[in-house]
Ligand binder design. Structure first.
Ligand code: FAD
Length: 393
């Protein structure tokens, strides 16, 4: 196996391409959009994902990122349920906030030299004896040794390989608005998420002047109508209970793009079949409540890079063996946290708040370390392998 086509130029696809190039694969990437335009929002790259990034030589420009630092979860009464400081944890890798466009530009800079075709979509594929035949929107048919489907939650690769049944997504019952904007003097210094029955709002600093805000609401699928992303509607819906967000909404106008979408996850995790590998959201779209969707895509890329060395005939199955347990646990935890944050029944909320408030900070720190641990192990293995290769060269 030498030649690999990566389908999709998101975080998962670009990280995979960067990784596979380092272990000698001839990588090419296609992206269906004719230009990159990531959602105008922020994203959190936690320590586990950053460890993998660093093992792959992906160092984001320091001026593009900000450490998560202090964070807190607060209930509707203003009581702090959970708090911590990512910088106080005994780990070698920062957890950071970054604007999605900046993250993308960094990945594109590091992927420089990898053939990348924009405006080209995979339309269908067929497994052949020695590899995979792909039919592209450009009209071409190509033959590749391996195809990696990193084409997101509505993956064409997944659908072409496994059929509609395997692509079912389920709605979490929650819908989300998010945006990033400049708000000099109004950017909070602490990342804060506030919970109240059926709603959750978070404000995440991206720099001294720029902030990322997300607003989540329990609603039947498809409830919000066009226009729900107007600032006056957001003010009406989410105003008057998160003072930092009120201050931002006060200076925001409709020129700031607001992205709205329902929060879904794949019902089943699939890593593909034989030489057609799925990863990232194409394999296991999850709810964003744990801030680990991209983290898991980045870890997948690391695991695939390591496996490439062994050249197993059933690459997808080998990847699934390594990743399934880890990803399933994170996906399930993310779903549960989202549900718990929106609990409506006062008795359950009272109990939840009591438990969370009585939990010592050391216990939530332990949970962060447990969440990141497998990523650190993977990153170390990758680092050792790549160091070994450069020594041989
Ligand atoms: C509200 C929200 C907040 C989130 N916050 C976080 C967070 O803080 N931290 C975190 O780790 N994760 C977060 N996530 C999850 C994260 O955004 C995703 O898990 C991650 O972006 C998935 O990356 P990907 O590369 O697998 O897929 P995508 O980002 O979806 O990329 C897929 C790419 O494939 C292209 N494509 C699609 N079809 C084709 C085709 N047929 N041919 C060619 N190209 C194609 C698409 O155009 C796209 O560029 C969040 C998600 C949401 C919804």
């Amino acid at each position: 196996m030498k030649r690999v086509l990566v389908v999709g130029g998101g975080i998962g696809g670009l990280t995979t391409a960067i990784g596979l190039r380092q272990v000698g694969a001839e990588v090419s990437l296609i992206e269906k959009s004719s230009m990159f335009s990531p959602v105008g929002a922020g994203i959190t790259i936690q320590a586990n994902a950053n460890a993998v990034f660093q093992a792959l030589g992906i160092f984001l420009n320091p001026e593009d990122v900000i450490s998560i630092g202090k964070f807190q979860m607060v209930n509707g009464k203003g009581q702090v349920l959970l708090q911590g400081d990512s910088e106080a944890l005994p780990v070698d890798f920062a957890s950071m906030n970054v604007h999605r466009a900046d993250l993308h530009n960094n990945l594109l800079r590091i992927a420089d030299g990898i053939p990348l075709r924009l405006g080209v979509a995979l339309e269908s594929l067929q497994l052949t004896d020695g590899g995979v035949e792909v039919m592209l929107s450009s009209g071409e048919t190509e033959h590749w040794d391996v195809v990696v489907g990193a084409d997101g939650i509505h993956s064409t690769v997944r659908q072409a390989l496994l059929g509609d049944q395997a692509c079912v997504v389920r709605y979490s019952g929650q819908t989300c608005w998010r945006f990033a904007c400049h708000a000099p003097g109004r950017v909070p210094t602490v990342t804060t998420e506030r919970w109240r029955p059926g709603q959750r709002v978070g404000a995440v600093p991206l720099s001294r002047d720029r902030v990322y805000v997300y607003m989540v609401e329990s609603a039947p699928a498809g409830t919000p109508q066009p226009g729900s992303d107007r600032v006056d509607v957001l003010r009406e819906h989410f105003g008057n209970w998160h003072s930092e967000v009120d201050a931002i909404l006060e200076v925001m106008d409709d020129s700031v793009p607001v992205h709205h979408g329902d929060l879904n996850e794949h019902k089943e995790i699939h890593y593909g079949k034989g030489r057609v590998v799925l990863l990232g959201d194409a394999a296991h779209a999850m709810t964003p409540n744990l801030g680990q969707g991209a983290g898991m895509a980045i870890e997948d890329a690391a695991a695939l890079t390591l496996l490439w060395q062994e050249q197993p005939e059933n690459l997808a199955e080998a990847l699934a063996t390594q990743r399934l347990k880890r990803v399933k646990a994170v996906k399930t935890m993310s779903w549960r946290i989202g549900a718990m944050a929106h609990w409506q029944w006062s008795m359950s909320r009272w109990l939840r708040d009591l438990l969370l408030r009585s939990m010592p900070t050391s216990s939530s720190e332990k949970q962060s370390l447990a969440l990141w641990g497998p990523g650190f192990t993977l990153a170390q293995q990758l680092q050792d392998t790549l160091d070994g290769l450069s020594y041989v060269e």
